[in-house]
Write a protein that binds this ligand. Structure first.
Ligand code: FES
Length: 146
């Protein structure tokens, strides 16, 4: 009886251990993010002294806020771009320090320079400009706006 209970417990635990990470991994692997509208009417600030703003301390760092990728580029300049890709509107645009610092979307592989100009074409449709937002630094307050 004790052995049976042990095996039953082990079976449930093993099934959970095998299934739970798979479910998380599988859903994440197949997740292209969400399709969103390109942000408009944008105007917000980030206090660089806050815990959120501290993530922008290093050149090459970025944060995501209000569907915008806010970047401190490799030269220490602040740049902001739509997190919503100009290709098929998935919210997967990110910044990478590769290639001198560019925006990219790994849903279909689009890449953009810091001005939002497309660097490649991922299918037969013409590559489109990634929306870029203005940035303005006043002391430790970074404003992102249109
Ligand atoms: S949606 Fe970004 S590359 Fe296609």
């Amino acid at each position: 009886m004790e052995r049976k209970q042990f095996l039953r417990t082990l079976g449930t635990g093993a099934a959970f251990a095998l299934t739970f990470p798979c479910l998380q991994g599988c859903s994440k692997d197949s997740d292209n993010g969400d399709i969103e509208e390109i942000p408009s009417g944008v105007d917000f600030t980030i206090d660089l002294n806050s815990s959120e703003g501290a993530k922008l301390a290093d050149n090459g760092s970025f944060i995501l806020k209000n569907l915008i990728v806010v970047v401190k580029d490799l030269n220490g300049n602040f740049v902001a771009a739509s997190q919503v890709c100009s290709h098929e509107s998935y919210d997967q645009v990110r910044f990478t320090t590769n290639d001198g610092g560019i925006f990219y979307c790994d849903v279909h592989g689009s890449r953009f320079d810091l001005d939002g100009a497309p660097l490649n074409q991922v299918d037969s449709t013409p590559a489109k400009q990634l929306k870029i937002f203005n940035t303005e630094l006043d002391g430790q307050i970074l404003r992102v706006f249109e």
